[in-house]
Write a protein that binds this ligand. Structure first.
Ligand SMILES: Cc1ncc(COP(=O)(O)O)c(C=O)c1O
Length: 453
């Protein structure tokens, strides 16, 4: 995530950009109320300090009517864009009819429809027999439920996670998170996590061979974990992509030792990479899957843990939460599954992804021409450009000034991260990518690295 410190005076503007500058519309007019009353913990609003009012599809408008193209998509919570008209209509109809909003885990018509539709549209066509657990509504709630269940099933306490992984901010999830800065915030020792190297982490070394050796050797010092939790693409960690072959070999090694495989598909599931689940193309069958973010399709909080039926050893109410399974979110989530009744969205993702990949390839070339090391990587509609943290932050800030929201990721925020809604139309995608390329050009031209080149 970018916390911008860029000096606005050094930025250039292209002919086509809106005449109102970032400084005019945002920083100088940011109502004091936020600084005065909102906790210092606030983050994204420091990098994108507009006061937003309205949103539709892949566009947001601030209180002054200035439009921004959204290449951030609620950090993956808005795969179908802002205020999709079909989802909005279903939600408004439900509320107008006094549909039950809150009901803990009572049976409701909204939950029944979601369960049936998710089974029919997502699980059964893929031959998946998962049972469905609704934990509290955020991603970290899903992760906590998944690891708690894995520990209960296996009787083992450790959970394996990976370098640069991110799984949320509650203590169990934080223990599994790579980032030192995030873990330090816990203020207590974080326990029962075993860190292993993600794909590509050891330059020239095969990380699966390493993991297999550590699990096989009784003297490695690594206790057999209950489960391993993995992101197929580490989004917050810097858009690190695991190869399908790596995921398959990981699944084999874990199965050999009866270690459960949990896929955290919270950020890159729900179609981000093309198919509904990001692990489908790898051909692996996780024991447990965590979903949240784009599951409701509308930005409403909803989380889901998918578990193999044999693992469902919970006692009634043993894991609970006041907001588990929220009916308005079930309503929009059910309609959002219409996107998955055919392969139109997956094909659209593939087509848009080609454009994005080409643009990021040009960006990487631009950077290299300016004497800066740059790598583009990603899959489907998630893509990253690894630069230096200063350059990534400067380009993100310059893009925001030109009306584009695009965050940074990675251990040092050194990666520019593309995460537009999957449904973005061609015109907006091209416009956003052009803004990004112009912003990079301006920043690179002024960068000290290019002077040295
Ligand atoms: C892969 C992954 N897991 C878990 C989480 C935590 O989700 P939440 O912020 O909703 O708790 C995130 C959030 O970015 C994530 O990207």
């Amino acid at each position: 995530m970018t916390i911008s410190t860029v000096d606005t005076d050094t930025r250039t503007h292209s002919e086509s950009e809106p005449s109102t500058s970032h400084a005019d519309t945002t920083a100088s007019r940011t109502p004091e109320v936020f600084e005065r009353y909102e906790s210092e913990v606030r983050g994204y609003c420091r990098s994108f300090p507009a006061v937003f009012q309205r949103a539709r599809g892949a566009s947001l408008w601030d209180e002054n009517g200035r439009r921004y193209i959204d290449f951030f998509a609620g950090a993956g919570a808005l795969n179908y864009g802002h205020n999709d008209p079909r989802l909005k209509e279903a939600l408004l109809d439900y509320l107008a009819a006094d549909g039950v909003v809150h009901s803990l885990d009572f049976f409701t018509v909204a939950k029944q429809r979601f369960l049936e539709t998710f089974q029919d549209v997502v699980l059964k066509p893929r031959g998946m027999g998962y049972k469905m657990q609704f934990p509290g509504p955020t991603g970290t709630n899903a992760v906590e439920a998944a690891i708690k269940l894995a520990r209960k099933v296996t009787g083992r306490s450790k959970v394996m996670s990976f370098t640069n992984g991110f799984h949320g901010m509650t203590l169990g999830s934080l223990a599994l998170t790579g980032s030192e800065a995030s873990r330090k915030g816990a203020g207590v020792s974080l326990q029962d996590a075993v860190r292993m190297p993600f794909d590509g982490y050891l330059e020239g070394g095969d990380t699966i061979d390493f993991i297999a050796t550590m699990l096989e050797d009784a003297s490695s010092g690594v206790d057999l974990p209950a489960a391993a939790i993995v992101e197929t693409i580490q989004a917050e960690g810097g858009v690190n992509v695991a190869r399908f072959e790596w995921l398959r070999r990981l699944a084999e090694v874990l199965a050999r030792h009866d270690v459960l495989l949990i896929v955290d598909d919270i950020q890159v599931g729900c179609g981000r990479t093309g198919p509904f689940f990001s692990f489908e193309e790898a051909g692996i069958e996780p024991d447990i899957v965590c979903l949240s973010k784009s599951l409701s399709g509308f930005g409403l909080p909803l989380a889901l843990v998918l578990l193999r039926p044999e693992l469902d050893v919970w006692k009634p109410g043993e894991h609970n939460g006041t907001f588990r399974g929220h009916n308005p979110a079930f309503v929009t989530a059910t309609v959002a599954l219409d996107f998955w009744r055919d392969d139109a969205l997956s094909r659209r993702v593939a087509a848009s992804a080609e454009k994005v990949e080409a643009s990021f390839g040009r960006l990487a070339e631009q950077a290299r021409d300016a004497g800066v090391q740059a790598t583009s990587r990603g899959r489907g509609m998630i893509r990253g450009l690894e630069l230096t943290s200063d350059l990534a932050a400067s380009i993100s800030a310059a893009a925001f000034e030109r009306g584009l929201i695009l965050e940074t990721a990675g251990a040092e925020d050194q990666v520019l991260k593309f995460l537009a809604p999957l449904t973005i139309d061609e015109g907006e995608l091209t416009e956003g990518l052009e803004i990004l390329e112009h912003s990079a050009e301006a920043v690179l031209a002024a960068a000290p690295e290019s002077a040295d080149a």
